[in-house]
Every structure is written in C-alpha cells, then in structure tokens.
Design a protein around this ligand. Structure first.
Ligand code: NAD
Ligand code: WQD
Length: 344
C-alpha cells in the first residue's frame, strides 16, 4: 500500500515508516518538522536502504493538504502529526485544539474529497482518563482529563461520526500506552526538545550526563513500591502494531479502537533499575511531589489487538532500556549537536 504518514519524521512515525518499508509498503512522509528533524528522515532512508519520499507541509494549510492528497495516489493514511505535551496543552489549549483538530479536519476533508477511505489514527490511552479501574479495555467510556487528551478524544468522536455518515470508511484508532525505546541500530530514537516531559527520555538524559538527577513524582501512591505504574511499550513493537492495523483495516466496517500495550505495568523505580542495568551506571534520583493530573496506575488490556490484529508486544522493559540507552549514548544530543537549544 502507498501510505501517507503524517508526522512520519517524528518519534513513532519514523519507526513506523521503517516497519512499513520492511513489510513491503510504500510510505510517504508529510511533516512540517515542528517537533522533528529532516535528519530523522535521512536516517530512516539509510536504514530502509532506499530514499523515503518526503513532503514538507503543514496540515493546517488546507489547500496544500488537498493538493497532496489529490495528487498522491494513496491507498491509506497513518495520521501521527500533532502536538503532544500535556502540560503545554493546559497552558495553550487553543493552540492544541487548532493544531490537532483543525489539521485532522483538513486531512479528512481531503481524503473524503479524493476517495481515500483508509486511515489509522494515533490516539492515546490518555483518552480513558480516570476510569475507576487500572486495566483498560476499549469499551470503557472516554474521559480525558487535559486539553491534549481531549483533542484525541474529540478526534476519535469525529472519526466515529464520519464513519457513521457514509459507508466505505475503514478507520483504526490506536490507543498507545507509554511508547519508549528506540530502533536497535541506535540510528533513530526519541529526541525531545527542551526538558523531557516523559520518564524514559529524562532517565536517558540523566544517564548520559545531560541532567543531574531524576525527579520521581511521588512515592506514596497505592502501588507496590509507591511510585506510578504504567504500561511501557517498545517503539518497534508499536511500529509493528501500525502495520498490523493497516493490514486489518479491510475487515473494519466504520471505525474500531485497539489498545496497543503489553498488558503489564512497571513502576518508575522499576524503569530506573532497568536503565541502570542497561547503562551500567547509577541513575541518581530524588523523590519530588506528585505531578498534577497523574494517575497512580494503569495498563492495557491488549486482548482485542491480539485477536483482531494478530499482534502483541515482544520486547520487555530490559529491551526498552537497552535500546533507549544505545540510542542516547550514540546520540547524546539526539539528531542535533547540543548547540541548537540552549535550554536542552
Ligand atoms: P512527535 O512529536 O515525535 O511526532 C509528531 C510529528 O508530527 C512531528 O514530526 C511533528 O513535526 C509533526 N507535526 C506536528 N504538527 C504538524 C502539522 N501541523 N503538520 C505537519 N506535521 C506536523 O510525537 P510522537 O511521540 O511520534 O507521537 C506521534 C503521535 O502519537 C502523536 O499524535 C501523539 O499525540 C501520539 N501519541 C504519542 C505518545 C507518546 O508518548 N509519544 C503516546 C500516545 C499517543
Ligand atoms: C510515567 C511515570 C510519572 C517523568 C504521558 C501522557 C500520555 C502519553 C504518554 C501521549 C508517571 C513518572 C515522569 C519524570 C517521574 N502521551 N515520572 N519523573 O504521564 O503516563 O503519559 O505520556 O499521548 O498522554 O500523559 O508518561 O512518561 O510522563 O510518566 O517520576 O520526570 O513516570 O509520574 O508515573 P504518562 P510519563
């Protein structure tokens, strides 16, 4: 399939583009590099052994999106592009609603107009919010707790409404749990700008000496060691989940949500220990107050993806830590040199 991958230069997109090529598909990247670098595309091309087609464009530019979809001869779209920082979304809600929702509307308009009816969307476990249970199944009501999460929830609803409005749509909504790790080559990985919001990239930067210590946000949660528990998923497993979803779309009438997670929770301190083993050095940390809006514990019920996508995770926490460390130690400043961002 010829697949338009919006946000394909980003963290999850770049790994998925490689997985698509490996599965015999033909991805085309659309990205505006708002949170990524052309170097990622160059490296994916190098790993794939062929030039990946790249279109530099902003999804907020509706006429450009219309032209790209009209001319692209695409069989399907995987829609990664969007903004994803929870804290920033609370400070700049309009920017988040505009970026995530308006860009999706532009894309869907163009797809509808030009007869592309297959789409896989990057949703998030964050759409469940406080669910009253720790293991999330897809039937739980959506209850996102911050503007970022609400953009994902609203886009899911828009996709459902679109699917219900006319026959012929095949829509997969992938609810990712906590993606971490990197390609085992150490050539592509996660390269956050500024101070990382997420645990594993922060730990990686402590290990490589860019930050002094980790702040563990709370050690008095009702969990086995008191720290937050999440379902970490290796980004290469996650990339494979996209290929599986794309290939299963033909069986979807309308829209369908799948959790992509391992079904296993790990605590903050378990992540720290795994990273210490991988890097062979201590990760200094201090216990800090809880972070606003954090839940104590949640993880996926991945049964539906196993049954319907014939997909499950294969890599564990030690693999995630090993590959994250391999990437970070070979690229201490990600795709850059450390000169670009004084805050980093
Ligand atoms: P990322 O920031 O690395 O990738 C997103 C890409 O989209 C970037 O390359 C960025 O430049 C591009 N982009 C943003 N706005 C754009 C626009 N208007 N036009 C064109 N390109 C644009 O993020 P990621 O971690 O790879 O996440 C990919 C998707 O998965 C996002 O939608 C994110 O919300 C979702 N998601 C991520 C996580 C996570 O923890 N990483 C978890 C759940 C869901
Ligand atoms: C994991 C655990 C923290 C940083 C977020 C988004 C979610 C999704 C994935 C996009 C928690 C603790 C973290 C640190 C810490 N993204 N922690 N010190 O919060 O589960 O999910 O990313 O869709 O929407 O909310 O992931 O990696 O930020 O935190 O102690 O410096 O690590 O409290 O328990 P989270 P995370």
């Amino acid at each position: 399939m010829r697949v338009l991958t919006t946000g394909g230069a980003g963290y999850i997109g770049s790994h998925t583009v490689l997985a698509l090529v490996e599965a015999g598909h033909e991805p085309v990247i659309l990205d505006n590099f708002a949170n990524s670098s052309p170097e990622a595309v160059r490296r994916v091309s190098e790993l794939a052994g062929r030039e990946i087609e790249l279109i530099e464009a902003d999804l907020l530019d509706a006429p450009a999106v219309d032209r790209i979809v009209a001319d692209g001869n695409f069989d399907a779209v995987i829609h990664f592009a969007g903004l994803k920082a929870v804290g920033e979304s609370a400070a700049q809600p309009l920017r988040y609603y505009r970026s995530n929702i308006l860009s999706t509307l532009n894309l869907l308009d163009a797809m509808q107009k030009h007869g592309v009816r297959n789409v896989v969307f990057s949703s998030s476990a964050t759409v469940y919010g406080e669910a009253g249970t720790v293991q999330y199944t897809e039937e739980l009501p959506l209850n996102a707790m911050n503007p970022y999460g609400r953009t994902k929830m609203h886009i899911e609803q828009i996709l459902d409404d679109l699917a219900a409005s006319e026959p012929g749509w095949h829509i997969g909504k992938l609810r990712y749990f906590n993606p971490v790790g990197a390609h085992p080559s150490g050539r592509i990985g996660e390269d956050p700008r500024g101070i990382p919001n997420n645990l594993m990239p922060f730990v990686s930067q402590v290990a490589v000496g860019r930050r002094e210590h980790l702040n563990v946000f709370g050690d008095d949660y009702p969990t086995p060691d008191g720290t937050g528990v999440r379902d970490y998923i290796h980004v290469v497993d996650l990339a494979g989940g996209h290929v599986a979803a794309l290939e299963a779309l033909g069986d979807v009438r309308g829209s369908r949500a799948w959790n992509l997670g391992s079904g296993q929770g790990s605590s903050v301190l378990e992540v720290v220990r795994a990273f210490e083993r991988a890097a062979g050095r201590p990760i200094p940390y201090v216990v800090a107050p809880r972070r606003d809006g954090d839940l104590p514990e949640f993880f996926a019920d991945p049964t539906l993806a196993r049954l319907e996508l014939h997909w499950k995770t294969e890599r564990g926490l030690d693999d995630m830590a090993r590959d994250a460390w391999n990437w970070q130690s070979k690229n201490p400043f990600g795709y850059g040199t450390g000169e670009e961002d004084p805050e980093a």
